[in-house]
Design a binder for this molecule. Structure first.
Ligand SMILES: *Cc1c(COP(=O)(O)O)cnc(C)c1O
Length: 412
């Protein structure tokens, strides 16, 4: 760990307040040029007494705009204090959690995992078009059928073909034979460049793809590719539960990763994280963004600096060991649920390092699904799975009552 540590409440408060002091202060400074200010003072008081002990809320009221990307070139100087906080967050995630070398990464805190994934596809599409002179229809996205719908959304926006690889019903593993056949077929259809997207925790199953499945077949067929990891779901769980994981920047074939802080880290919505190796993000430079100091290399434009502070606060409240402990507790609860399901001979899927249990729908009555708010794979009659996500608020007591209801149902 280079950047990540646990800080006391006082240390955190001081760090954020000193960052806010480095930013323009709309309450006192003569700042004439920005279409920006602190939050409306009639509604959001900046002198409320509780704010002095609540650094994240203080930042919300100060309302810094983190427009642009702050890991490369110059940035809007008015918000340089909290931009530094954002860089600290990106360093913790890219270097300490995902094993990048220091100063080897670009990125930003995006509105969510959807944007982070689209940013990755956009970046690689342009990389192939600008650096390799690829034509749009020579590029294809390669991913599994369990992949999140943000990838088809990105394919649609960026006008790229999407090749979906089937997975096995029970273990959710990519069908490697189908993968190879699809690549052969795509090459015959004129595809030369592939954007492969491997999941670190699919939304429905928590299944984790093996990136080698993609790279080995692509290399066997001499296809040019870039590899992105979608860790929106599992990014704050899997690297902790599976410390030997190499699904990170120690693998030179992985070029970028999406990690949502607003899922497992429980930070406010608006805290997706996109990180990529240096030398790539320049491919999405919008030259026309001339009023933004530095450059805009992001999809979204204006975004709140308070989101960076919120993620920073969580990371530095727990520290690496505190976070490991929290993930371990969720793992134990998941283990407990799986054990109880085994006792009842109920079939389910669980990736051993994740906190999601996806149960065959035949064991779950509609009544139970409704009572416990279980999420179906499909909202129709064909649904075959329901998932339980072992979040912080899902305690053993809730699981016990769920298991008891399942028992009653089985014996009825
Ligand atoms: C939730 C999720 C996303 C999209 O994230 P949003 O933050 O909702 O935009 C992308 N990929 C996976 C695997 C997800 O679980």
């Amino acid at each position: 760990m280079i950047y990540w540590k646990k800080l006391s409440q006082e240390e955190r408060k001081e760090r954020i307040q000193s960052a806010l002091k480095e930013n323009v202060n709309f309450s006192n400074d003569a700042s004439l040029g920005y279409p920006a200010s602190k939050l409306d003072g009639k509604v959001f008081y900046d002198d409320a007494p509780f704010l002095k002990d609540a650094p994240t809320l203080q930042t919300y009221v100060a309302n810094p705009n983190h427009i642009g990307c702050h890991t490369l070139g110059t940035s809007e100087s008015a918000f340089k204090g909290t931009q530094e906080i954002e860089r600290e967050v990106l360093n913790v995630i890219a270097v300490d959690i995902f094993k990048a070398q220091p100063n080897s990464i670009d990125g930003y805190i995006s509105p969510g995992g959807t944007e982070a994934n689209i940013q990755a596809i956009w970046m690689y599409r342009n990389f192939f078009m600008y650096q390799k002179k690829a034509k749009l229809d020579e590029i294809a996205i390669l991913t599994s059928e369990d992949t999140h719908y943000s990838i088809p959304k990105g394919a649609n926006l960026l006008m790229l073909d999407l090749i979906k690889i089937p997975v096995a019903f029970e273990n959710r593993e990519i069908d490697k034979i189908a993968l190879e056949n699809e690549i052969i077929k795509a090459k015959q259809n004129g595809k030369k460049y592939f954007i492969a997207i491997a999941n670190m925790g699919t939304t429905m199953f928590g299944s984790v793809d093996n990136p080698d499945d993609y790279t080995s077949v692509l290399e066997k067929h001499n296809a040019e590719y870039k590899l992105h990891i979608d860790g929106a779901y599992g990014g704050f769980v899997y690297p902790f539960s599976n410390q030997k994981s190499t699904m990170n920047f120690s693998n030179p074939k992985i070029s970028s990763i999406t990690i949502d802080a607003h899922k497992m880290l429980q930070s406010p919505y608006g805290t997706g994280v996109f990180v990529c190796r240096k030398g790539l993000i320049e491919n999405v430079l919008t030259k026309e963004a001339q009023y933004v100091e530095g450059m805009d290399l992001t999809l979204c434009g204006s975004r709140s600096g308070a989101n960076a502070v919120a993620v920073w606060m969580i990371l530095f409240t727990y520290g690496p060991f505190g976070w490991f402990e929290k993930v371990s507790i969720l793992q134990m609860r998941t283990q407990f649920l799986c054990h109880e399901l085994d006792e009842l001979n109920i079939q389910y899927f669980r990736e051993p390092f994740m906190n999601i249990v996806t149960i065959h729908s035949q064991y779950i009555s509609e009544e139970i699904a409704k009572k416990y708010d279980l999420v179906p794979e499909q909202h129709n009659q064909d649904n075959k799975w329901y998932k339980v996500v072992l979040m912080d608020h899902v305690e053993v007591q809730h699981l016990t009552s769920f298991i008891n209801d399942l028992k009653t149902m089985i014996h009825a």
